[in-house]
Ligand binder design. Structure first.
Ligand SMILES: [Zn+2]
Length: 319
């Protein structure tokens, strides 16, 4: 039995140009009822909501990253839940709009609030929260700060109901989840964007949810290790996924289109910072000088670039 409720899908639009185009075309869903249009079906049974490029504000209600879900014959897995219960509820409605299968898993790609603060919406018996084995530690260490900042930035309308939910299923290495007729392969990675990055690969379509290991258009943010991140991207590039979902940016892309600009940015920051350290520059000087060749290539530059340089400087000065 098909896990999908009936919907209008132009599959030819998807299959025709999947491999050719940089920004992969996706199948638009046109279901009836609540949730309609909130998530695009980027590959059969794989849905992604594209968040805005922004920092938290009452206007965007925490909708600033790309959550999604995968529908199996028996169950659904939600992958990230957005930055507020408002996003979580919209995602839940999108699930209900395309299938009557229950959500069995909620997988968090890492600890950042814009990916986990819709979790509470899905908390009920029979739902397992999954994440990197280091996710709980990261979440709990920053819980008070994350909650206070988000309450202030979002305002009560979007923030109320936000709750930190650590993973019950802690992934160390690789773990496979069965949704019925398809499996998801969860891989916990060494420190890169954060120290708790986890990717999710769908067995049927080869789609990989990369979380914030991939930023597209939105400037990357370094909260782990620039060296670790560069090495991990190189490793992925050895046998690139057929289709990736970035944590920020278009709902789905080909690997090279998604990874190349990010790799260029990280390389520019790392090589500039190494040079400036060699020249005896201070951290403050480095934040004014490093990576400037990338300035026009990214949105939210002023919000994050200097912090990235600081993080890179702290890591690279001890090489
Ligand atoms: Zn992140």
């Amino acid at each position: 039995m098909s896990p999908m409720k009936s919907m209008t899908i132009d599959r030819r639009a998807c299959l025709g140009g999947v491999l050719a185009a940089a920004a992969l075309p996706f199948i638009r869903i046109v279901p009836a009822g609540a949730g309609a249009g909130y998530a695009a079906e980027i590959a059969p049974g794989v849905f992604v909501h594209r968040g805005q490029h922004a920092i938290f504000s009452p206007g965007n209600q925490g909708d600033i990253s790309n959550p999604g879900f995968v529908v199996g014959e028996e169950a659904v897995a939600v992958i990230d839940t957005g930055g507020s219960p408002v996003v979580g509820r919209a995602l839940q409605a999108a699930v209900t709009a395309v299938t009557d299968k229950p959500v069995r898993y909620v997988i968090n790609t890492h600890m950042h609030p814009d990916h986990v603060f819709g979790n509470a919406v899905f908390e009920r018996d029979g739902v397992t929260f999954a994440g990197h084995r280091k996710l709980e530690r990261g979440l709990l260490a920053r819980a008070d700060r994350y909650l206070a900042i988000n309450k202030e930035l979002l305002g009560p309308a979007a923030f109320d109901g936000t709750k930190i939910i650590p993973p019950g299923l802690k992934v160390d290495g690789v773990r496979t989840l069965d949704l019925g007729g398809r499996t998801l392969e969860l891989t916990a990675h060494p420190t890169a964007h954060t120290d708790n990055d986890l990717t999710v690969k769908d067995s049927i379509t080869g789609t990989v949810f990369m979380g914030d290991l991939l930023f597209v258009e939105h400037i990357p943010t370094i909260d782990g290790s620039i060296k670790g991140w560069m090495a991990l991207l190189d490793e992925f590039g050895q046998s690139p996924p057929v289709r990736v979902v970035p944590g920020h940016g278009p709902a789905a892309l080909a690997w090279s289109a998604a990874a190349a600009p990010l790799q260029r940015y990280l390389n520019a920051v790392a090589s500039d910072v190494r040079l400036l350290i060699k020249q005896g520059k201070t951290l403050a000087e480095a934040t004014e000088m490093a990576g400037l060749s990338e300035k026009d290539a990214w949105l939210l530059w002023d919000e994050y670039h200097k912090r990235n340089v600081s993080a890179a400087f702290a890591e690279l000065e001890w090489e």
